[in-house]
Design a protein. Structure first.
Lengths: 251, 256
């Protein structure tokens, strides 16, 4: 029997990357999945899956999404708050508009989605938020992103405390998850091969992450296997942040 | 300008284990400058020019030595205000390369030493108005350096012991904290630099990894230990104070 048979799941930001991998994994485990994103329905999304064009920073869009979940599933069992954006600026370069855009999606969007969907989880439910290692330790030049993910981690604990035992809420903190974007970053390095070898050497797992690595934990956290697990932020980064940033072997 | 009042530790009696080592001696000198009477205990010896720094022989793995040190302090002052457990050793090996003797030796100095010295200091510290124990953890108790397995494990143990001691002895007026240094310019770090063919480029590389673009000096650690030792820190207890130039605040920096 599949681990998520018959569960109704909503995954925000499901067009590509981690969100899409979670959608695919949930479907493979027997869940009924709906997803959303700011663009039009992806061509390759299986027709049985729900798609709604949604900006999670919009209260109206979240309300539409809530009604769609009621219409489609009559409730909700699993919510994955994956939608997120990144703005590559230090604090001094960040405008008020940048704040509204980033905090609107990464912080307010998670808040509004949880507030709207928890009442739909009448049989109890599971919330999985996508945090980041950057919410625990800082990546340079993305100050608000780092801070927004720390917000997600804090909200995760609060939801677990306030809405247990009916609702379990955990966060996944991914490290370097490889998408097309990462290869592009190596391509512009002075010496792409050296840069890639250096980055790999910082991963005890000996490789970079894949979206399916995150999806694997999302499935477990969504399933009854994790029935006693709540209020935690789990890092999945191939061991990178377990090691000191100062690695004498890499000088 | 100092961040603490002048003569911050005037009249206090302090024991600093590993007091002749790189960081330990900087702590002893700072305590002395702040007006404390200092006992630098160590297996090694050092001729301090300061009149009020007294060197006592002390193998921190030996319970008899711990008792002897405290008996000495009791005879001369009848109380102890400050204990700094700075004695520590580092073995640069993975667990496969580490022998059981080496493992036990590391735990004996870094963990049992903290336990035994604190245990036999407590009766004397209860006789002081307010006691402060400062243990030496490490940022390695939070995140690992490669080939330092037993060292990382001992420092994690010190972190947990620090919280436990703070819980048990806070009601007796004794505060317990740990300082957790990152890279500090000590003989240990110099030996690391010494292995390189190009010491200057290696030093620069180490500096560049730090958000403040420098590694620490023993005096930087002594600044924090001094603050924790005195009354400015009277509400601080049970905490692990990372002091590493921001090193552990950041994600690993890939070379793109």
């Amino acid at each position: 029997m599949s681990r998520l048979d018959g569960r109704a799941a909503l995954v925000t930001g499901g067009r590509q990357g981690i969100g899409r991998a979670i959608v695919d994994a949930f479907v493979a485990e027997g869940a009924d999945v709906a997803t959303c994103g700011r663009g039009k329905r992806p061509q390759d999304l299986p027709p049985t899956l729900g798609w709604r064009q949604t900006d999670v920073s919009s209260a109206d869009d979240i309300e539409d999404l809530r009604i769609e979940m009621l219409d489609r599933f009559g409730g909700l069992d699993i919510l994955v708050n994956n939608a997120g954006i990144q703005i590559e600026k230090t604090l001094l370069d960040t405008s008020d508009d940048d704040w509204d855009a980033l905090m609107g999606v990464n912080a307010k969007g998670v808040f509004m989605a949880c507030r709207a969907m928890i009442p739909l989880m009448k049989r109890g439910g599971v919330i999985i938020n996508i945090g980041s290692i950057s919410g625990n330790v800082a990546d340079p030049g993305i100050a608000l992103y780092n801070a927004s993910k720390a917000f997600v981690h804090g909200l995760t604990r609060s939801i677990a405390v306030d809405h247990g035992p009916k609702i379990r809420c955990n966060a996944i903190c991914p490290g370097w998850i490889m998408t097309g974007m990462a290869d592009a970053a190596f391509a512009v390095a002075d010496d792409p091969d050296t840069a890639k070898a250096d980055a790999l050497a910082r991963h005890p797992a000996g490789r970079f992450g894949q979206p399916k690595d995150i999806a694997a934990l999302a499935v477990w956290l969504a399933s009854d296997e994790s029935a006693f697990t709540t209020g935690q932020c789990f890092t999945v980064d191939g061991g990178m942040t377990s090691a000191s940033p100062l690695n004498p072997g890499l000088f | 300008m100092s961040a603490v009042p002048p003569n911050y530790l005037k009249g206090r009696i302090a024991v600093v284990t590993g007091g002749c080592g790189g960081i330990g001696r900087a702590i002893c000198r700072r305590f002395h400058a702040e007006g404390a009477v200092v006992y630098a205990t160590d297996v090694a010896s050092l001729d301090f020019s300061e009149s009020n720094i007294h060197v006592l022989h002390h193998d921190v793995g030996s319970e008899e030595d711990a008792k002897a040190v405290m008996a000495h302090v009791a005879a001369e002052h009848g109380r102890l205000d400050i204990l700094v457990n700075a004695a520590g050793i580092e073995i640069e090996k993975t667990i496969e390369e580490t022998t059981l003797d080496e493992w036990n030796q590391s735990f004996s100095v870094n963990v049992s030493g903290t336990f035994l010295t604190s245990k036999h200091a407590l009766p004397l510290m209860r006789k002081a108005d307010a006691g402060s124990i400062i243990n030496f953890g490490s940022y390695d108790g939070f995140i690992a350096d490669p080939s330092l397995a037993v060292y990382c494990a001992t420092k994690g143990a010190v972190h947990a012991l620090t919280r436990a001691m703070a819980c048990d002895h806070g009601p007796e007026g004794i505060r317990v904290n740990a300082v957790c240094p990152g890279y500090v310019n000590t003989p240990m770090l110099q030996s690391f630099f010494g292995e390189s063919g190009n010491i200057e480029s290696l030093k620069q590389a180490v500096r560049d990894v730090h958000p403040i673009r420098n590694y620490g000096e023993p005096e930087d650690i002594a600044n924090l230990v001094n603050w924790l030792a005195g009354d400015e820190a009277r509400y601080a207890s049970g905490q692990l104070w990372i002091i590493d130039g921001g090193l552990s605040a950041q994600v690993q920096q890939m070379r793109l």
